[in-house]
Design a protein around this ligand. Sequence first.
Ligand SMILES: *[C@@H]1O[C@H](CO)[C@@H](O)[C@H](O)[C@H]1NC(C)=O
Length: 345
Amino acid sequence: MALKMYMATLVLATLLLLQGCSYQAMSRSLQEESMITRHELWMAQQGRSYKNVEEKAMRFDIFKNNVEYIDSVNNAGTRSYKLSVNKFADLTNKEFRATRNGYKQAPFPRSCKATFMYENVSAIPSSMDWRSKGAVTPIKDQGQCGCCWAFSAVAATEGINQLSTGKLVSLSEQELVDCDTSGEDQGCGGGLMDDAFNFIAKNHGLTTESNYPYQGVDATCNKKKESNDAATITGCEDVPENSESGLLKAVANQPISVAIDASGQDFQFYSSGIFTGSCGTELDHGVTAVGYGTAEDGTKYWLVKNSWGTTWGEKGYIRMQRDVTAQEGLCGIAMEASYPTATKC
Ligand SMILES: *[C@@H]1O[C@H](CO)[C@@H](O)[C@H](O)[C@H]1NC(C)=O
């Protein structure tokens, strides 16, 4: 009797399995289960935890959407870059943009000098990497504070300081976040590199990272730390707008602050290769062009230092396509570039 019932159940189960829909339902739940496992592993790897089950379920859905997108792009293999399930994988694109960027709309005319000291430069090396010249500090991480503008301005200032003094000194973003209220600059609320350069020039310099360490939140200006200047600049100049050839002359001579449109999902999850977009030209992020070159397949690129830690992109850097058809450059990289000036030795 028992055997008969067992056999009947087995037949029924087999019949159900053979029906396409139940098979699909089963593979769907298997996929769901493996996604849950991926989320758990990712959480452990990132040290991420959630308040309660509701938040976890909500974050899981976002994670799942992002992972499916990342997998589809990578599996298609049609782009010259790869995406990865990085630390931003449980954030919607909107959440990501709200806290990791922070480049504001620049006034017109802009606030650095319109003279361009590299205008007549003719000797331009075929490639440049300011890291190998000792003019670039290690990758930093702005965290959940919209002060990309401070990181970009500091990286360019660290560069010109090394070129003029021979010493590479890591400088303070927090001093800018706390003390610089010039122009559009509002700490984690966003700002402009041009305004930061003008502040540094007027303020007689910037102190070191170690003296005034990064906190990632707005705080009261520490006047005592602020007054301990470690690097000075004489002012700043804006690279002529919408000219990648002008930007090239500038980057050939020093690390340059550039504003880009970093709002896209592909930028959020960029992992390696030459980034070719898609992106618009609504500038929302400040970064630093620290070199340029040409890939093996002939694609020209800008070497760009970001401030999202070393786990994003190529150890914190992105190579962005150079010499594109649009005069604004890819993601608007040639639209609002600028740099600090100093008396070079
Ligand atoms: C570049 O050359 C032109 C023509 O000789 C000159 O007028 C201009 O001042 C030069 N620019 C710079 C920045 O030296």
